[in-house]
Ligand binder design. Structure first.
Ligand code: FMN
Length: 439
């Protein structure tokens, strides 16, 4: 499928992020249902397919967020393993891409290449892998290796990981016999034969989600999609230009990499109605425990004695405080605390109101018509190639979007009314993977 309509308007790529344990999900809302029950995954996936989305997306957290022996309130619901869920979804969807976030720091390439090839076979070519590296020191404690790798080492390992996985995917042509893959590098020393012939896409679609210079370079060299945090038009355009500008170095063209920022949508019957709903959702997203935890990440000390609806703590941060695992190396705690204090004073904010202010991530607020127009504008002006929509409710959080905004995008000619191809690469308009590198 081409990237543009005959009239020259670029197509919007949409993905559905299953709302899991993050600061967006309001799982105590009466409209929320289970985040584990298969019916929830099925509901969101089928909604996305009804809206002709490109793919369904699962994030990954390999450890519960524990603090002072307690599990953070958003995590008590738990989270199943992604590839298992996606294999089950392959059976109840027909066209939708199925993307799993899986860590390259704590897994092994032989096993993971095999599992993604299996998903690609079972789904008829709809698998995608979001390659993450994990910045959490405490996640490493769950694994034999222990600890965690420095950023540079994480991307070194990820690059070699993907190289080995690619060699395995390429090594057994359909109708042929498997070649032996021999790889000897600093991270992996492997002599292996793949257990499966070429899957429909040969390589699953590769997604990257890190934001550092190393992460962007890795994306330019390796990824088909970048999952970005840069959702505003200005930040989106800067990011878009930066990452797409790196592609030529690897012999790639700008349309071979799709940049999809995370985005949230709040709809209303009028602009005022939408703003009111947005404010209500933001407050629901930040529980008292989340508000205190947000500050403890910076203060590095126990703040549970403070009233979430009261003023900011009068004590100073602890320089090397390590209350929140994974934030152990935060630089400039004092500077951040000072900035947060002056913001709270200026706007008369309580701890919870400040946390709401800091974590609010609503990208599109408005009527269905104004949201459709704004999304279209983003894509036509190179702020994004589409969006990974992160609803705040499980599993019905995209129902309204699909019912009310999707038809308007289709009327504008920027969203397909029917799927044209079979595979996720077809939906994304991506070329076949380059196999010569690892063959
Ligand atoms: C939009 C976005 C989504 C991410 N999602 C996940 C995730 O689901 N699981 C995970 O372990 N890491 C996730 N990460 C973390 C990255 O994989 C990476 O470990 C982290 O951003 C540090 O790398 P960087 O310094 O290049 O940004 C995400 C990062 C970004 C920017």
């Amino acid at each position: 499928m081409s990237a543009s309509t005959p009239a020259g308007r670029r197509q919007i790529h949409l993905a559905a992020h299953f709302p899991g344990v993050n600061s967006t999900t309001v799982w105590r809302d009466p409209g929320s249902r289970s985040q584990i029950d298969f019916s929830s995954f099925q509901h969101l996936a089928r909604t996305a397919e009804r809206g002709r989305f490109d793919f369904f997306f699962l994030a990954e957290g390999l450890r519960l967020r524990e603090r002072k022996g307690r599990i953070h309130d958003l995590d008590v619901v738990g989270r199943p393993e992604s590839l298992t869920v996606l294999n089950a979804l392959a059976a109840v969807t027909e066209h939708l891409g199925l993307a799993a976030t899986v860590n390259a720091t704590f897994n092994e390439p032989y096993e993971l290449a095999r599992r993604f090839a299996t998903l690609d076979h079972l789904s008829g070519g709809r698998a995608a892998w979001n390659i993450v590296t994990s910045s959490d020191a405490f996640t490493g404690e769950n694994f034999r290796r222990g600890g965690y790798l420095d950023r540079a080492d994480r991307y070194t390992r990820a690059a070699e990981f993907v190289e080995v996985a690619r060699a395995l995917w390429d090594s057994w042509p359909s109708g042929g016999t498997p070649r032996t893959v021999r790889h000897s590098g600093p991270q992996f020393d492997i002599t292996a034969r793949a257990t499966l012939p070429h899957s429909p896409q040969v390589h699953p679609v590769l997604i990257q989600a890190g934001d550092s210079d190393e992460g962007r370079e890795f994306a330019a060299r390796t990824a088909d999609i970048v999952f970005s945090r840069h959702g505003t038009p200005e930040a989106g355009r800067t990011f878009h230009a930066d990452v797409k500008g790196r592609l030529a170095r690897y012999g790639r063209t700008p349309d071979q990499l799709k940049i999809l920022p995370a985005a949230t949508v709040v709809l209303g019957d009028s602009e005022a109605d939408a703003q009111e709903r947005a404010a209500h959702i933001r407050r629901q997203q930040v529980s008292p425990q989340t508000a205190i935890a947000t500050l403890e990440n910076v203060w590095g000390r126990d703040l549970t004695g403070y009233d979430p609806d009261g003023p900011l703590p009068d004590v100073e941060p602890v320089p090397d405080g390590e209350l929140a695992q994974g934030w152990a190396h935060m630089a400039d705690r004092f500077g951040i605390a000072a900035r947060w204090r002056s913001l709270a004073e200026e706007k008369h904010l309580s701890i919870r109101e400040l946390a709401v202010e800091l974590t609010a991530r609503q990208s599109f607020i408005g009527t269905p018509a104004s949201v459709a127009a704004a999304m279209d504008e983003h894509v036509q002006t190179d702020a994004a190639d589409g969006f990974i929509l992160v609803p705040h409710l499980t599993p019905g959080g995209l129902d309204e979007f699909v019912d009310r905004v999707v038809p308007l995008l289709q009327e504008r000619g920027v969203l397909r009314t029917e799927y044209q191809g079979r595979t996720l690469r077809d939906h994304l308009g991506l070329p076949a993977p380059r196999q010569e590198e690892s063959a």
